[in-house]
Design a protein around this ligand. Structure first.
Ligand code: CTP
Length: 413
């Protein structure tokens, strides 16, 4: 039986083309035994007639904050409280902004601040709107307040553009809601801020690229998946996250501030700009060396034979953060160690040399699938000892690390 069976969902429909998908969502919820009460914004009514939702849900559709009839039947406070889940779909940039700012100038936004549940937003908007700094700020704020987000995903938009911002499909929304209800402590998830609320985190991810000339570079195999998953897990736990990323083919997780860099020196500058923070997680595979004599023009093949590259060492970002004066140093500095031999001993060496609180050690020799793969086998090394985790999907490893970070921060208080 679906976890949605017998539940009441308050579905706030925003004004976007994706609103038509919510007709199917109501049907899918009904198939699983859930009752849906629909609230539409004025903009949503431009896309879909309320009658369509009323027919599918078998319930009255609400759209007016000042309706005397509604207030005598079911006031807006009651409407916001009598549901098990509050879902906003499509969550437009406007609705997200209103909710983040606590505005209450129509029924939808009023319900969002009158509810005693943590609303779940299912965003849908143009890629530029989703990537806009104000939207990212608003999403981060809502996450920090404990709200849930499902999607968006990358894809073709109704406006013809391609990128992140596309609403997930009704069946995926239903599966997401079931997952939320399945959490062992649904109340903790739905009714409380995350354990990292109010904490600032900086996560580095991906490789760096060190130019040889304008068209060639030195880099490594890092996919960025583990670092991105950690940024997402910390954000889900309520932290305000800046993700400093080298070049990767991934979309920034919802609610995370993305700072894109190419070289190690740019990464160091971006990390310094993002400080102060409570937590630093150095998951990036920073290139140890850069080319000292990188050419300003493309190097041509010629009689002189292959060019001689002279390498110089890059700054060690993790070590720089670990050695910051106490006032500026994040309370928890987490490093990574990619090793092909003597995993724990080498990780312990890095722990001390780079002055970290924790080192997440991976054996990259035995199983090269770690680079670019979806699983990770981790040993956590710290001053207390070494804790070997089982092989986990990178997303789960990230969630476990986020929980460990929250516990360690709590212990430091
Ligand atoms: N790191 C960093 N800056 C560098 C090199 C590494 O911040 N210039 C960080 C990585 O983000 C990671 C940790 O240091 O958290 C360990 O990286 P790793 O490549 O395993 O270690 P190295 O310092 O390169 O040491 P070695 O080459 O001896 O393995």
């Amino acid at each position: 039986m679906s976890k949605l069976s017998g539940k009441t969902v308050l579905l706030i429909v925003g004004g976007g083309v994706a609103a038509y998908k919510c007709l199917d969502l109501v049907r899918r919820l009904a198939e699983r035994g859930a009752k849906t009460r629909v609230v539409m914004t004025a903009a949503a009514r431009q896309f879909i007639a309320p009658l369509a939702f009323a027919s599918l849900s078998g319930e009255k559709v609400y759209d007016d904050l000042f309706s005397l009839t509604d207030e005598t039947e079911m006031g807006h406070i009651e409407l916001s409280r009598s549901s098990d889940l509050v879902v906003v779909a499509p969550a437009t940039a406007d609705l997200i902004a209103k909710a983040a700012g606590g505005l209450a100038n129509d029924l939808a936004s009023t319900l969002l601040i009158a509810t005693d549940k943590q609303p779940i937003f299912v965003p849908a908007m143009n890629v530029r709107m989703w990537l806009n700094a104000a939207t990212a700020r608003n999403v981060a704020q809502l996450r920090a307040d404990g709200c849930g987000f499902l999607g968006p995903v990358e894809g073709e938009m109704a406006c013809g553009e391609f990128g992140p911002g596309r609403m997930i499909e009704p069946l995926e929304i239903v599966a997401g809601l079931e997952r939320i209800l399945e959490q062992t402590q649904p109340q903790a998830l739905l009714a409380g801020p995350g354990p990292l609320k109010g904490k600032r985190a900086i996560v580095t991810a991906g490789p760096t690229q060190e130019p040889i000339d304008p068209v060639r570079y030195i880099s490594n195999k890092s996919s960025g998946k583990q670092g991105y998953a950690i940024a997402a897990a910390l954000a889900q736990a309520g932290a305000d996250v800046t993700l400093v990323s080298g070049p990767v083919g991934l979309t920034a997780p919802a609610g995370v501030r993305l700072s894109k860099v190419e070289t190690a020196r740019e990464m160091l500058a971006a990390v310094e700009a993002a400080l102060p923070a409570d937590v630093y997680v150095g998951a990036a595979a920073v290139a140890d060396w850069r080319v000292e004599n990188a050419g300003a023009r493309k190097t041509k093949k010629g009689a002189k034979g292959p060019p001689q590259l002279s390498l110089v060492e890059n700054p060690d970002i993790l070590s720089a953060v670990g050695h910051l004066p106490a006032k500026r140093r994040p309370a928890l500095v987490v490093g990574f160690a990619a090793e092909t031999e003597n995993l724990v001993a080498n990780a312990r060496g890095k722990l001390q040399r780079k002055k970290c609180d924790l080192v997440v050690a991976n054996d990259v020799g035995a199983d090269n699938a770690i680079f670019g793969g979806d699983h990770n086998t981790i040993v956590i090394v710290d001053a207390r000892g070494a804790d070997a985790w089982p092989a986990l999907p990178k997303r789960e490893a990230a969630q476990r690390l986020a929980r460990l970070i929250a516990t360690r921060l709590e212990q430091k208080r």
